[in-house]
Design a protein around this ligand. Structure first.
Ligand code: UGA
Length: 477
């Protein structure tokens, strides 16, 4: 049984701490926010993460998991200290803010009485291993102590973080001290995953490159979706057809309203910033970010076009289904719903919304929003002329569209359904009485969307783009 301290009780820290305790270790989770620790001590989780509750209860009962706000209680006597505090985007709007990490390193150093391995679990800019080591050595009271720093990036997805911890594709460890990396590897042996040991910089870069690649897959398929809309193909089938190729893989090829969350937007921005700092203009990831932003805008543009063009949202009731940045989480950091609701409000719409777990988060982070929070999907769409599905919640997939349609407002041609996550197909939605618009589901629908009242088919934006595209091609030939 190893003794471990985990600093930071957010999604990463709490999942890591509880799961390491579940593997038989003795873990103390430390956070400087009193309220979080009080709630944890009272048996309440400060975050929503499926499956975590049971593990916390079980390991607390077995006395292998405890909580503190005090470094002088958390640090002495442990063999490993994980740093899992947040590294938000910094005040310059690009690089990562390392102040929480630096504070943690200082507090760890000031309370150390023995040799220890410090593990950087949070996503930190390449080179942070050295920074943490430097800060610790600056503040050590007993300079004869040996402190080794190991970078151990996490690859957990919110919503399935417990599953991901227990079934990792790989464990990455980077250090200048091979023995320290080997010692950390021992903690993960029960998981029977491939373990890769690299130098510090490489481990840190593996994390950024992995997130950037996944974000690129998403922006790639979203660009394909735009093209599919113009050319008459269905992106969901395109993704399936591509996915059978083992070199490509089907995962992360779901076209939609783009990525959000606390990781991709922040990490991709930070990677671009790091590249820029060393004199390289990161062309691909710049494009990934731009496509992601434009994708959110698409939902509102399509709705507005379908309801009659410019200024048509003014005074309309619009339902937004889903607030969380993805399913199975209450997290709304960088959620597409934030931009979409703000744009709807700006356009003069009355927004009704429902999310199975993120309403409390929305009320906390957007206290000024004039939106109507509803108890379920049916209440949200009642009296609305249009609805946008923003989050891929499984329960939305199971909605009875005819039932929804029946309580919505009467609109010429039917109320509009913008299926921002491609949960339904056009046929079932049309039979239920909706004017349906998915993302990348074919040119006919794109033409319908972009055509404003009275405009001929050949004048639509989609048709114009198509002609321009063909013209450009002809010019090139
Ligand atoms: C992501 C990575 O998947 C994890 O491996 C990583 O550890 C984590 O970031 C992190 O750096 O901490 P997470 O942000 O929890 O995990 O969520 P994802 O499941 O990756 O989804 C991110 C966003 O992409 C969501 O908004 C989701 O809706 C969107 N997405 C995902 C798509 O639009 N299409 C897809 O095909 C997949």
């Amino acid at each position: 049984m190893k003794r471990i301290c985990v600093v930071g009780t957010g999604y990463v820290g709490l999942v890591t701490g509880a799961c390491l305790a579940d593997l038989g270790n003795s873990v103390i989770c430390l956070d400087i926010v009193d309220e979080k620790i009080e709630r944890l001590r009272a048996g309440e989780l400060p975050i929503f993460e499926p499956g975590l509750d049971a593990i916390v209860r079980r390991t607390v009962a077995a006395k292998r998991l405890s909580f503190t706000t005090d470094y002088s209680e958390g640090v002495p006597g442990v063999d490993y200290i994980f740093i899992a505090v947040n590294t938000p985007t910094g005040p310059d709007g690009a690089g990562a803010d390392m102040s929480h990490v630096e504070d943690a390193a200082k507090s760890i150093a000031e309370n150390l009485t023995h040799d220890v391995i410090v593990i950087n679990k949070s996503t930190m800019p390449v080179g942070s291993g050295n920074l943490v080591s430097q800060r610790i050595h600056e503040h050590l009271r007993d300079t004869s102590l040996k402190v080794s720093v190991v970078s151990n990036p996490e690859f957990l997805r919110e919503g399935v973080a417990v599953h991901d911890f227990k079934n990792p594709d790989r464990i990455v460890l980077g250090s200048t001290d091979r023995d320290a990396a080997d010692a950390v590897a021992k903690l993960y042996l029960p998981l029977r995953a491939p373990i890769m040991i690299t130098n510090l910089y490489t481990a840190e870069m593996i994390k950024y490159a992995s997130n950037a690649f996944l974000a690129t897959k998403i922006s790639f398929i979203n660009e394909m979706a735009r093209i599919c809309d113009l050319l008459g193909a269905d992106v969901t089938e395109v993704a399936e057809g591509m996915g059978y190729d083992k070199r490509i893989g089907r995962a992360f090829l779901n076209a939609g309203l783009g990525y959000g969350g606390s990781c991709f937007p922040k990490d991709i921005k930070a990677l671009a910033f790091m590249a820029d700092e060393v004199g390289l203009h990161p062309q691909l990831i710049e494009a990934v970010m731009k496509i992601n932003h434009d994708q959110r805008r698409l939902a509102v543009e399509r709705l507005e076009a379908a309801l009659g063009g410019s200024d048509s949202l003014r005074g309309k009731n619009i339902a937004v289904l889903g607030l969380a940045f993805k399913d199975n989480t209450d997290d709304m950091r960088e959620a597409p719903a934030i931009d979409i609701i703000n744009w709807l409000i700006e356009a003069g719409a009355n927004v009704h919304t429902y999310d199975p777990v993120a309403v409390e988060t929305a009320q906390r982070i957007q206290p000024d929003w004039q939106v109507r929070y509803c108890d379920d999907e049916l209440a949200a769409v009642t009296g609305c002329q249009g609805v946008i599905i923003v989050t891929e919640w499984k329960r939305f997939r199971e909605l009875n569209l005819a039932e929804l349609r029946a309580v919505m407002a009467e609109v010429e041609g039917g109320p509009v359904l913008i299926d921002g996550r491609n949960l339904f197909n056009a046929e079932e939605a049309t039979i239920a009485g909706f004017r349906y618009f998915g993302i990348g589901r074919g040119v006919e629908r794109a033409r319908g969307v972009t055509r404003s009242r009275g405009e001929k088919r050949s004048d639509t934006k989609a048709a114009r783009n198509l002609h321009k595209y063909n013209g450009d091609l002809r010019e090139q030939q």
